[in-house]
Ligand binder design. Sequence first.
Ligand SMILES: *Cc1c(COP(=O)(O)O)cnc(C)c1O
Length: 360
Amino acid sequence: MTRVHNFSAGPATMPVEVLQELSDELVEHGTSGQSVIEMSHRSPEYEAIHTETLDLLRSLWAIPDGFEILLLQGGATLQFAMVPMNLAPEGTKAGYINSGVWAAKALEDAHRVADAYQAWGNSGEGLARMPQASEVGVEPGTAYLHVTSNETIGGVRMVDFDGFDVPLVGDMSSDMLGRPINWDRFDLVYGGAQKNLGPSGLTLVVARSDVLDRADQKVPNYLRYSFHSKANSLANTPPTFSVWAVNKVLKWIGSKGGVQAMEQRAIERSNMVYELIDSSNGFYVNPVEPAYRSHMNIVLQPSDPSLTNELITEADDAGLINLKGHRSVGGVRVSIYNGMPNDGVEAVVEFLSSFAQKRG
Ligand SMILES: *Cc1c(COP(=O)(O)O)cnc(C)c1O
């Protein structure tokens, strides 16, 4: 089999070593006589995987003792509602940095269940960017300020989380375990596993222990963080396959030098693509202010947009798939998450450069 280079924004490329291991071990886990995906989630074998996954997450991402890690389902999308239902009870407000498509969706759901407001908005004029803390209008009574650390569709990244005097909640779907973060700033971070961590089906929530029990009584059990935290994320059947696969990806991240190494690698690899864009004499353009360019999702467009479809078709034929930008913005998007091998990055840079030479 020839593996393609898959630049999908999620579900996304996983390390082939991990896929191979999953395949080798799928039919029988150890000497248990059964597959991980058949066994009871109450069995000692599964519990060992579950606990080890939590331990790996804590050590790799340097999650401090005062935080709990929850392994949930429903994707980042369910967190758009769970976060305000749990963290912004009646009498408080929730502020949102509206930095792009994902932030807007988070704010839309927050409006349904809490007293939410936009604390800063991307005007849509000029190059896309994130705000400075001083530009964000935090209202009195705000329980948390929601940030999207990496806008997966717009290709815009928050550089740091400093300068805010309210606790932050971060949607880190597309850069969790791709960068170290300063946990002091956060009450909670969340994201779906299917970008940087493995297959879909698992949602990671890391929350400060003392915010877990803030939801009022009318919030149903499954939607309460405290319900899951009291049961060590085993209140109901967890997504056992995804937890097992993420466990293996975490070990792989550790073997490559951990989160710091992932970040360094992401900087170098995204720079290869940005350098190509910037040295293309205007053949390619990127719509983001350089300081805020994503390390994970690089958006670009031939300045002659009629070339976009051709580019994507030629790339497909060359085994470079899923380079089409999100349907809401068009253009080209190169998603380079932790699991993408260096070969893939080199191949896409070479392809884009030769396409520009041929058509430029
Ligand atoms: C992918 C993504 C989501 C949606 O994630 P699901 O797990 O599909 O619900 C939300 N926010 C960001 C920033 C994303 O990249």
